[in-house]
Design a protein around this ligand. Structure first.
Ligand code: RP5
Length: 164
């Protein structure tokens, strides 16, 4: 099988985030977007985090999806050390229903944006990354349009089934 260099990096603070973050990788795979997956912790591996962020553009990445839970500093810190768009995924942990993760990621200081999706919203993070890439890729835009048409059809079919 042809292997293409990754253009999206999916990173997370711990391997314990993977059950949530896997949905981002699945969405990217559905659109045949080459991606890579890594554990990069802002607190436990700070140098690795900085190296990852600083080298991402040069390695060919175009979007970074970063998921973390609790004191979720990874997306914001990565955004501070790269010019690439960063999508943050608040990973819900056992306490506080993910509100801690959400607030840690969403409330960024002006100048360093992170596009934060919903708590546990890794699938939408993957789909948002596809849309960012699609801005300069007509083929991807067509596939997104077809995907949305499928979603619409599904809802209309379910609606019709209610009256059968
Ligand atoms: C965060 O701490 C990680 O993103 C994870 O959500 C959380 C707990 O990590 P583990 O203790 O499970 O490794 O940095």
């Amino acid at each position: 099988m042809e292997s293409r260099a990754p253009v999206v990096g999916v990173i997370m603070g711990s391997d314990s985030d993977w059950p949530v973050m896997e949905a981002a990788a699945t969405a990217l795979a559905e659109f045949d977007v080459p991606h890579e997956v890594s554990v990069v912790s802002a607190h436990r591996t700070p140098q690795r985090m900085l190296d990852y962020a600083r080298n991402a553009l040069g390695r060919g990445l175009r979007v970074i999806i970063a998921g973390a839970g609790g004191a979720a500093h990874l997306p914001g810190m990565v955004a501070s050390a790269t010019v690439l768009p960063v999508i943050g995924v608040p990973v819900p942990l056992a306490h506080l229903d993910g509100m801690d993760s959400l607030l840690s990621i969403v409330q960024m200081p002006a100048g360093i944006p992170v596009a934060t999706v919903s708590v546990g919203g890794a699938r939408n993070a993957g789909l948002l990354a596809v849309r960012i890439l699609a801005a300069s890729d007509a083929g991807l835009r067509e596939r997104i349009a077809a995907f949305q048409a499928d979603l619409e059809r599904l809802v209309l079919d379910k609606d019709a089934a209610l009256r059968e």
